[in-house]
Design a protein. Sequence first.
Length: 203
Amino acid sequence: MRTMFKAAIAGGLATMLLGMTFISDATAQCVSAAWFKTGDVQSEPWQAAAHFVRASFLQVAGHEGSDDRIVGFWKVKFLSEGNPGIPDGAVIDNAFVQWHSDGTEIMNSSRPPATSNFCLGIWQKSGPSSYELNHFALSSDLSGNLIGPAQIREEVTVNQKADRYDGTFTIDQYDVSGNLLVHIAGRITATRITVDTSVGQLL
């Protein structure tokens, strides 16, 4: 029974993700809570839908005197990779993300605001230009009913110009009792937003 329930959720998730991809590639999601609606999810339609500034020499995320190029404002895209029922390259989320110099992070997800589209994380350096992030969201359905916590983990590397980063991510959605509902993995890419960035560059 539990296996069938997980399969139904995964099927509904894949359906919704592909629908969101067709709706708009530029729609500015932490995890879309609508993906995890209970019930006959298999019958659900696909309709869910700066330039580099040197960091100050402060202790940042546990690294004193480090040059943390991840700090700043980014346009981020999450792409599916290796997930059963979800095409590789399908857009999981298309978000705005701010990495702060105190080791915290905030994301404005492209999912519907009713499902809680702001979520928070904490990061630390894992190498000269590499970072790892542990990020949490409280997911709700479109009616505002709490589904449970979602956890996003990222391992990313900033390029030499500090205007892009890429890496991998995992998303785990749990119910309120801590039972895993869905696991998604993939690639993440990001472009730095500067004072000169136009709307057209974000689409």
